[in-house]
Design a protein around this ligand. Sequence first.
Ligand SMILES: [Mn+2]
Length: 307
Amino acid sequence: MATDGYDIIGDIHGHADALQRLLRVMGYDERDGLFRHPERRIIFVGDFVDRGPNQIAALQIAKSMCDAGLALAVMGNHEFNALGWAEPDGNGSFLRPHTEKNARQHKEFLRQIEEGSTAYEQALEWFRTLPVWIDLPGLRVVHACWSETAQAKLSSHLDATNRFTPEGLHEASRRGSIAYSAAEVLLKGPELPLPDGRSFLDKDGHERREVRIRWWDRKALTFRDAALGMEGEEASLPELPIPTEYHYRKNKPVFFGHYWLQGTPALASDYAACLDFSVAKGGFLTAYRWSGEEKLSPGNLVWVNGS
Ligand SMILES: [Mn+2]
């Protein structure tokens, strides 16, 4: 599609009102229920659903723009999880087991979109069409982590446009498979076992023995510098070296979401932008307005608050 640039939008999580305000701030006008810009297109980083108040409306805005060729989108872990929740595993359970924890993470979606309804089936049908990553000539987009190693491991389970094949979705949901760990890296980000058998409670109160790392920061070389999501406990970690296999070392800009970053939106690095600034937890829905530059500029970030 001909365009002067892409506006890449972070995790929406059902905040349709913020999405509409962000699109208007960036000069997109609504006509016949479609948001359009005369020169620019959108790329969504995934996580359209779960948590927030207006998930059907958020899906409608994003999907209609994609259907009309006005936007592209990648799959987030919440779309992957929604597909797994709905898909029988052939052994009397589902690809994503209906445990209490999994039900709690999905309950707002299921409350707003009745399981089995037409809207539900249409949402899942759209999720199946979302690629795991997009690699355009000047920029890249993935939900959580750009890892060529993980992409290579998953590629035989995807079609030519990086969408899961039906069998691929099953294989990537089978705990312990190579495809499962590759999908985890791409959709949820790499995690490292904490040293000394440590654990911490994450933002949802779950005990975790593995920690997310700042894969986009090639200077973050120790647990103390690289760990994130520990609610401030990162500073207590030892300065032990971490494996650097996940560090992004290219100068081609990469855009992602997923990390529930706090505070005023800022770039992750000169060549990487996390656009998830926690709109579903009192933060901001954030976009980066890209017009072909290799080195990113903080002045191209735009954001609106949640409500
Ligand atoms: Mn996510």
